[in-house]
Ligand binder design. Sequence first.
Ligand code: NAD
Length: 251
Amino acid sequence: MFLQGKRALVTGSTSGIGLAIARALRAEGAELILNGFGDADEIAALCAELNASHSAANLLDVAEIETMMAEAGAIDILVNNAGMQHVSPVEDFPIGKWNAIIGLNLTAAFHTTRLAVPGMKARGWGRIINTASAHSKTASPFKSAYNASKHGVDGFTKTIALELGQTGVTANCISPGYVWTPLIEGQIPDTMKARGLTREQVINDVLLAKQPTKKFVQPGEVGALAAFLCREEAGNVTGANWSIDGGWTAE
Ligand code: NAD
């Protein structure tokens, strides 16, 4: 239980990868603040299960982020994980979707980080973990906003790692390949439309075709990597972009 006495805020942790990261940090004793949308009863049940509090802040709203961070108090571990996707050819890409994807996937991480860093520096310890993506290292067509946002997360993470080098605070990206979550489920119909494929073809010929293992990454595997990055032994691991993508980006 190496995270006893540490407080962790995981954005977008009412679902998918964020929830798995929250569970992994809780298993090591961290005190959790969850964030994200969802059914009120389900969120209450998660809070009870994980002995966590919850912020419903919409991370597209800077004022709501500022309130969440002020109410959260001292944060030792910040996981910027909330994210969204939209699949469309660039010439048809809805402007509102572009702005929301850049806003949630990239700009929100800037705001939470700028607000968390002073306390981490003052305490001489911190972990910033940003859920990027294989799409922070490579691209796929029809995901212009997502790929731009995730490449941005990679650059942002490296920058803060350099700035925080001597402070005891590390900053790293985790870059999953395809993990079966509502985010992936939600992009299948648009990918079918954009590429003229069936659902099975999208799963086997588009998604799993990228991953030499031919398996979806499991959310718990991403959680385990996040927990490792919080260990004392990971104190020299900073500015890195950790692939967990079944070999996708080895090509
Ligand atoms: P998900 O849809 O299961 O979860 C997204 C979470 O973000 C939810 O908790 C949701 O409530 C929250 N959220 C959405 N909009 C929000 C907003 N405006 N303010 C606050 N919270 C908001 O998705 P997921 O697949 O678990 O994705 C989590 C992260 O992992 C994202 O950054 C995503 O880009 C990244 N990722 C996912 C995959 C994958 O295959 N699923 C692969 C690589 C990277």
